[in-house]
Design a protein around this ligand. Structure first.
Ligand SMILES: Nc1ncnc2c1ncn2[C@@H]1O[C@H](COP(=O)(O)OP(=O)(O)O)[C@@H](O)[C@H]1O
Ligand SMILES: [Mg+2]
Length: 291
């Protein structure tokens, strides 16, 4: 199992030393980090994180609020410099100046970073041109994407007047307009209605079938369980688990007493047993002033 768990007593026996981890079956990883670290003053938001995502994987990056997911994705997409460690994308060193690599990735970052004073058509056209698409291709893909996202009738509004869910769909459209090989999504389903979420899921599955790699952060476990072939869990800046869902399930089950270990654990149970059992402060069970 390709897992690390530096100081987590529950899982220590399951997850070997990260320096011993090897990936013999992988030629060139789509994403590879070594010792990725980011500090904000005294806080180490991402702490010595090493992992690899194979081409074609749908990789779910899970963790509680504040665990370091968005900070990691910002470093992986050049939005934030690491304090230490290295990143390779498609086998090449990745940094803020790696323009050729940036053309091959797409990102829906935290906060989406849209330009509010444009219409959706203007925005997608602009993004497509920035990625180097010619005018005709931009026009065609913009129309197709707006139809697909059910935003085609919203073109008299500025993006700033879109609802949160509409902005999420537009951000997703902008992230894929150039046909990226590697797609990074930070909480893409947050605020999106059930119909749109279903559409987006099938679009992402289609991309995976055509060979793209997807790195998805979310705290919606059901989405990870349904979509992702691999799961990593970050907790307080450290990677505490990494493997296929079955590997994580087997790892956690092996720590449970007899009868419980034979049950098929849900991802929620796996997640809670990894991040809930250790390190969390005891929270008050109720708020006394609430009726
Ligand atoms: N720009 C920043 N300045 C200071 N602290 C930050 C900054 N960005 C994130 N953090 C802190 O880093 C930690 C990880 O944040 P984040 O990566 O956004 O978590 P997640 O996405 O897993 O919820 C949090 O404690 C957060 O407050
Ligand atoms: Mg986040």
């Amino acid at each position: 199992m390709k897992c690390v768990c530096p100081d987590h007593t529950l899982l220590t026996p399951l997850f070997p030393n990260p320096t011993l981890v090897s990936f013999p079956h992988m030629e060139i990883a789509a994403i590879q980090t070594h010792g990725l670290t980011r500090q904000f003053g005294a806080l180490t938001a991402v702490n010595d994180v090493t992992f690899s995502v194979a081409p074609g994987q749908f990789f779910g990056f899970l963790g509680p609020n504040g665990a370091g997911k968005s900070t990691t994705i910002k470093m992986l997409t050049g939005l934030l410099d690491p304090s230490a460690g290295t990143i390779e994308i498609l086998g090449k060193p990745f940094g803020a100046s790696a323009l050729d690599l940036k053309r091959q990735i797409g990102v829906v970052p935290e906060g989406m970073a849209l330009f509010g004073r444009l219409t959706a058509t203007e925005y997608l056209h602009f993004v497509g041109r920035m990625y180097g698409l010619d005018r005709d291709t931009c026009k065609l893909r913009t129309e197709e994407l707006l139809e697909f996202m059910q935003l085609a009738n919203e073109n008299r509004k500025l993006v700033t007047d879109f609802s949160h869910g509409m902005q999420k769909k537009l951000a997703m459209a902008a992230a894929v307009i150039h046909g990226p090989k590697v797609l990074f999504l930070d909480e893409p389903f947050e605020g999106v209605d059930a119909i749109a979420a279903g559409m987006l899921k099938s679009m992402l599955q289609g991309m995976i079938q055509r060979g793209a790699t997807i790195f998805l952060t979310t705290h919606v476990l059901e989405i990870v369980e349904r979509l992702c072939s691999h799961v990593a869990i970050i907790h307080q800046g450290r990677l505490v688990a990494n493997g296929s869902l079955e590997e994580l399930r087997a790892g956690v089950a092996s720590t449970l007493p007899g009868a419980e270990s034979s049950q098929r654990l849900t991802l929620e149970e796996i997640f809670l047993s990894i991040v809930g059992a250790g390190g969390q402060q005891e929270a008050p069970q109720e708020l006394s002033w609430l009726a």
